[in-house]
Design a protein around this ligand. Structure first.
Ligand SMILES: NC(=O)c1ccc[n+]([C@@H]2O[C@H](COP(=O)([O-])OP(=O)(O)OC[C@H]3O[C@@H](n4cnc5c(N)ncnc54)[C@H](OP(=O)(O)O)[C@@H]3O)[C@@H](O)[C@H]2O)c1
Length: 323
């Protein structure tokens, strides 16, 4: 089922009023990751003029639409400069691109011809059908793949020799401009290609360069993470309802509390344990609740979930590679 990106964008507008995600949050995340010494941050100034870039979306589904909307909203591109391939049956996506003043086509070759940068945004199982279309054209345009589980090596093998490829893992909050995206560059991708990728995906949240080996754990943490947090929000709201709150206020407060707590971690740069201690007064109600969460294994459940999801990603990737 297709999601309505338009609806989510209006939620983003509200969100953006209370969270300066595009400025402070990005900066704090970058600093923190660097402090941990784990992530290779793009260290080059973003000085390219992406306003002039023609973007081609191979597959015009919900991630492509989210990205297209983010790029327009951030003033990095114009709808008129984008072209997306959509199946004739996918009238919803065609309509969404039309609303952005973007053209759509039913085949991929015109998109390959059109784009300065090509975004491979079809489902992973469709990737092997699309890549041979590049051979015919033998071009060396930057290809950014967001397909889950498709490695740089297999993309490079299927593409014309020395095609610059970047593998990206976004997450669905990109739909509201709060995405957490990482990317890894292929053998032939240059600093400029990395710079373009970072700039494009920073338009829909934060974006960091990582080694490709990070992609599976990132998928398990940031890609699957929203699902875990939706469960937490639902459970917190259920608790509120059990104790007498109405559903609408319970969901709203639970969601805003998650948003606020995440922003506190990013903006104060304090350890989450410190922030937890700060709200847990002696013999108070918060420490009583915290004790219950410890008793019921909240931390262990989440650690195990990220571990299991990573292993599942690896399994899916190796199946995709075999096919
Ligand atoms: N959604 C996420 O949270 C997320 C996160 C990270 C990465 N990704 C990756 O992003 C990619 C796209 O995901 P999505 O959620 O945007 O999926 P989606 O909404 O299903 O988008 C894929 C689009 O490609 C179209 N398509 C199918 N065959 C095609 C072909 N031969 N040529 C051109 N287009 C074709 C589909 O049309 P029909 O619908 O008519 O088949 C659909 O509109 C996937 O590889 C996924 O792994 C998604």
């Amino acid at each position: 089922m297709k999601m309505s990106v338009g609806l989510r964008t209006s939620s983003f507008a509200k969100l953006n009023r209370c969270v300066p995600w595009n400025l402070n949050v990005r900066k704090y995340v970058s600093d923190q990751l660097l402090a941990d010494g784990e992530v290779k941050k793009s260290r080059i100034p973003l000085n390219i003029d992406t306003n002039m870039l023609k973007i081609g979306f191979l597959g015009g589904g919900k991630m492509a639409q989210a990205l297209a909307k983010g790029l327009i909203r951030a003033g990095l591109s114009k709808g008129e400069m984008m072209l997306a391939s959509c199946l004739p049956t996918d009238t919803g996506s065609i309509e969404t691109f039309k609303e952005m003043k973007s053209n759509t086509v039913f085949t991929n070759v015109p998109v390959i011809d059109h784009g300065d940068v090509l975004i491979l945004s079809v489902k992973p199982q469709v990737v092997p059908k699309v890549l041979p279309e590049f051979r015919i054209h033998d071009n060396k345009k930057l290809l950014i793949s967001i397909a889950m589980g498709v490695s740089l090596a297999s993309l490079e093998k299927a593409l014309p020799k020395e095609t610059p490829v970047i593998r990206v893992m976004p997450n669905t909050p990109a739909l509201v401009g709060c995405g957490a995206t990482v990317f890894a560059r292929g053998k032939y991708a240059s600093d400029k290609d990395a710079e373009i990728t970072e700039k494009l995906f920073s338009a829909v949240g934060i974006c960091e360069e990582v080694p490709e080996t990070f992609i599976d754990p990132v998928t398990a943490l940031a890609g699957s993470g929203p699902a875990y947090i939706y469960m937490v929000i639902e459970a917190m709201a259920d608790g509120g309802v059990k104790m007498g709150l109405t559903r609408p206020i319970a969901y709203k407060l639970a969601a805003q509390t998650v948003l606020g707590a995440g922003t506190m971690v990013l903006e104060t740069k304090l350890h989450p344990g410190q922030l937890k201690d700060d709200v847990s007064s002696p013999a108070g109600s918060t420490i009583t609740g915290v004790h219950q969460l410890e008793k019921h294994g909240l931390r262990s459940a989440i650690i195990t979930a990220v571990e299991a999801a990573t292993l599942r990603c690896k399994e899916v990737s190796s199946q995709t590679e075999k096919n």
